[in-house]
Design a protein around this ligand. Structure first.
Ligand SMILES: C[S@@+](CC[C@H](N)C(=O)[O-])C[C@H]1O[C@@H](n2cnc3c(N)ncnc32)[C@H](O)[C@@H]1O
Length: 261
């Protein structure tokens, strides 16, 4: 043990990942069921030794569940947040050579293909992430995914995806359910919310460089939680080369969109 490691404060990243999952579940009470539905698709459609990309993986919650359920599968976890990637790597490591972490800005139209050296995969999955992107960015991201997935492969997006604007009653119900879920988790059960989680992370000793780099990478990017609408997702996936596209799991506007190439 060197001098630094004897004095450096030990960060309990596993506990931070547990808190991340609890926080995300506060927003998405059926998050585990949604993960399971996505993995059920892979069990049916892919061979046991498939290769997956967990796009916008955060600290790797989905990668972790995928690798636990499919012992012969491999996963490539992709994100651009230096702190969440550090957390995921610290907790999950390389899963015995089955998990690879890739730092890529998916908004850069060519970086993903370059990072994977043109490799095609059996499946790309994403959870609670693509709502970040504008329509223009989403279309380009789906183009990249279309090139990444092999013919016959599958894409799965688990996310809150808005109903079309003319479906006012549907939007109203979805918004009310979201508010109810948030009140139940964050007010009544006092679960840590997004802002509280990041505020707590900021107190980890020695974390400032990672947070500053995160701020440098993401500040100023346009964000929205309820656009693009589901019709845009479906059209963009068809445009990207997916022939069969539809929803396979849904709770109000929280859904899993599946696309087969
Ligand atoms: C709410 S988190 C969800 C993380 C994880 N998929 C989950 O379900 O726990 C959204 C993720 O999208 C990632 N993300 C946002 N913009 C990105 C970009 N341009 N390139 C790569 N990842 C991005 C964020 O860093 C973050 O990890």
């Amino acid at each position: 043990m060197n001098k630094n490691s004897a004095t450096a404060p030990v960060i309990d990243w596993a506990d931070w990942l547990r808190r991340w999952d609890a926080m995300q579940t506060g927003y998405l009470p059926y998050r585990e069921q949604r993960f399971t539905a996505m993995l059920d698709v892979l069990a049916e459609l892919l061979p046991p030794d498939f290769v997956a990309v967990d796009l916008c993986c955060g600290p790797g919650s989905l990668s972790q569940r995928l690798l636990n359920r499919f012992p012969q599968a491999r996963c490539i976890a992709v994100d651009f947040d230096p702190l969440l990637l550090t957390m995921g790597q610290a907790v999950l490591g390389d899963a015995g050579g089955r998990l690879r972490w890739v730092e890529v800005d998916v908004e850069d139209g060519t970086a993903l293909a370059a990072a994977l050296a043109g490799e095609q995969v059996d499946t790309v999955l994403s959870t609670t992430a693509l709502h970040w992107f504008t329509v223009e960015k989403l279309v380009l991201i789906y183009r990249q995914i279309g090139q990444l997935v092999r013919p016959g492969g599958v894409f799965l997006n688990g996310d809150n995806i808005s109903f079309a604007p003319h479906l006012g009653a549907f939007r109203q119900v979805a918004a009310a359910i979201k508010e109810h879920d948030k009140k139940s988790a964050f007010t009544e059960q006092r679960v840590e919310d997004w802002d509280a989680w990041w505020a707590a992370v900021a107190h980890i000793p020695g974390i400032t460089p990672l947070l500053s780099e995160r701020e440098r990478r993401f500040s100023g990017r346009p964000r929205g939680f309820d656009a693009p609408i589901i019709d845009v997702h479906i059209a963009a996936l068809r445009d990207a080369g997916f022939h069969q596209v539809d929803v396979i799991w849904r709770r109000f506007d929280d859904c899993v969109l599946m696309a087969v190439k």
